[in-house]
Design a protein around this ligand. Structure first.
Ligand SMILES: Nc1ncnc2c1ncn2[C@@H]1O[C@H](COP(=O)(O)OP(=O)(O)OP(=O)(O)O)[C@@H](O)[C@H]1O
Length: 357
C-alpha cells in the first residue's frame, strides 16, 4: 500500500498542494516554519482523522479557510487503487473512501500511519495511556474485531464509574458482567500481540543499539494471579470511595527493560530515542508480516532525532523495509548520506508551497 497522488487544501499554512509521492522514500526539505510538519500532519489526518500536534483539530484549518481537505489515491499491493479523503470544518468531519461515506475506524484501517517525531520518546517515560494507545493501535490493525471489544469494555467502564460516583450500587453488577466479558478479551489480545512484537522488536533494537537483552514487560492493569471478577468484588468499597474503577485493562501498562533495568531510568535520551524508534518500526514490520496493509511511516525532523551514524542506519533500514516513508529535515544534507537509497523523491516546501525537486 502506498499513497500515490496527494492533495492538501487548507492545512495550516498549506493553502493548496498537489504532489505525486514515491512508493518508497520521500524526503521533504524546507526552512523552519515553511510547512514541512504541516504536510506530514495532513497525511496523519488522512489516516487517523486527528492531528498529532493538537487535540483541537480546528487549529489545523488554515486561518482564512472554512475547512481543510486531504485526499489521496491509495495503491494496494495488488495494483488496485482506492480513493480516500477527509474534509473537516468547524462542525463536521466527513470521510470518504471510494465515494462512500465512512467512519474514522475505516480510514485508520485503510491507511495505517506510523509517526516518529521529536516527542515520540515520551512513549518510554510518558503516561501509561501513550503505551496503551501504542499497543492497541498495533492490535487494531491486525484484528479489527479488537475495536468492538475495546468499545464495549469502555462503554461499560464509563457506566460503572458513573454509578460509582452516584453510589447506585444496585446496577453495578450488570456492568460488571460486561467488564468481565470484554476485559479479559482485551487483555488476551494485548498479551498475544506483545509476544509477536517482542521478537521483531529485539531484532530491530539489536540493529540500532547493539543490545540484545531487551524485554517488554506487560502489566495487565490488575493482579492477574487473581480472577478479574474477584478483583472487582474485593475492590468495590475502594471503587465506591474514590468514584472510579481501580483495576482493569484501562490501567494496563508496558515497561521497557534493558539488561533487566527500566530503560526510562538508565538510558541516555539518545538511547531512549533509538529504543522508541525500534519499537515503532517493529510495529510496522509486524504489520507488514501479518497483514496486506503496509504502513505509511512519517518521520518529522529527522536531524533532531538522530546523529549522523544512526541517520545512515535508519535510511538503510527504511530502504529495505517495504513501506512508504516521508521524512522531513531543514536541509537535504540533514538526511545524511543518500547514496545507499535505491529510489527516492525530494520535495521542497516554501511558505506552504510544495514542489518536487
Ligand atoms: N491554522 C493555521 N493557519 C495558517 N498557518 C498556520 C496555522 N497554524 C500554524 N500555522 C503556521 O504554519 C507555519 C508552518 O508550520 P510547520 O510547523 O508546518 O513548519 P515546519 O516547516 O515544520 O517548521 P520547523 O522546521 O520549524 O519545525 C508556521 O509558520 C505556523 O505558524
Amino acid at each position: 500500500m502506498a499513497l500515490v497522488k496527494l492533495d492538501v487544501f487548507g492545512v495550516r499554512n498549506i493553502q493548496s498542494a498537489s504532489i505525486t509521492l514515491s512508493p518508497q522514500i520521500n524526503l521533504i526539505t524546507g526552512a523552519n516554519a515553511s510547512g514541512k510538519s504541516s504536510l506530514l500532519e495532513a497525511i496523519f489526518i488522512l489516516g487517523r482523522a486527528r492531528s498529532f500536534r493538537t487535540t483541537h483539530i480546528k487549529q489545523v484549518i488554515a486561518f482564512d479557510q472554512p475547512q481543510l481537505i486531504v485526499s489521496a489515491q491509495n495503491r494496494f499491493n495488488n495494483g488496485s487503487i482506492s480513493h480516500i479523503g477527509i474534509q473537516i470544518d468547524n462542525k463536521n468531519c466527513e470521510i470518504r473512501i471510494d465515494q462512500e461515506s465512512k467512519h474514522k475506524a475505516d480510514l485508520a484501517y485503510a491507511l495505517p500511519i506510523q509517526l516518529i517525531h521529536p516527542k515520540s520518546y515520551r512513549l518510554i517515560d510518558g503516561a501509561p495511556q501513550l503505551r496503551r494507545e501504542f499497543l492497541d493501535w498495533g492490535i487494531f490493525n491486525q484484528s479489527p474485531r479488537f475495536l468492538t471489544d475495546w468499545r464495549k469494555f469502555n462503554k461499560a467502564l464509563q457506566q460503572r464509574n458513573a454509578l460509582l460516583k452516584t453510589r447506585q450500587t444496585s446496577q453495578i453488577p450488570a456492568w460488571d458482567k460486561e467488564l468481565l466479558e470484554y476485559g479479559p478479551l482485551l487483555n488476551q489480545s494485548r498479551i498475544c500481540y506483545l509476544e509477536l512484537l517482542q521478537a521483531v522488536f529485539v531484532e530491530i533494537a539489536a540493529y540500532f543499539l547493539d543490545e540484545t537483552d531487551i524485554q517488554l514487560r506487560f502489566n495487565s492493569g490488575w493482579d492477574d494471579s487473581k480472577d478479574y471478577s474477584q478483583i472487582l468484588q474485593t475492590e468495590l468499597d475502594k471503587d465506591l470511595r474514590f468514584g472510579f474503577t481501580h483495576s482493569g485493562p484501562h490501567r494496563a501498562d508496558l515497561q521497557l527493560l534493558l539488561n533487566n533495568k527500566p530503560a526510562k531510568d538508565y538510558l541516555s535520551r539518545g538511547q531512549q530515542k533509538l529504543l522508541v524508534l525500534a519499537l515503532l518500526l517493529a510495529q510496522v514490520k509486524l504489520l507488514n508480516l501479518t497483514t496486506q496493509n503496509a504502513c505509511c511511516i512519517l518521520i518529522d525532523d529527522l536531524s533532531a532525532e538522530l546523529d549522523t551514524l544512526n541517520r545512515l542506519k535508519l535510511l538503510k533500514y527504511l530502504s529495505l523495509l517495504d513501506c512508504q516513508v516521508l521524512l522531513t529535515a531543514t536541509e537535504l544534507n540533514g538526511f545524511g548520506d543518500l547514496s545507499s537509497l535505491p529510489q527516492y523523491k525530494v520535495f521542497h516546501v516554501e511558505h506552504g508551497r510544495v514542489s518536487e525537486l
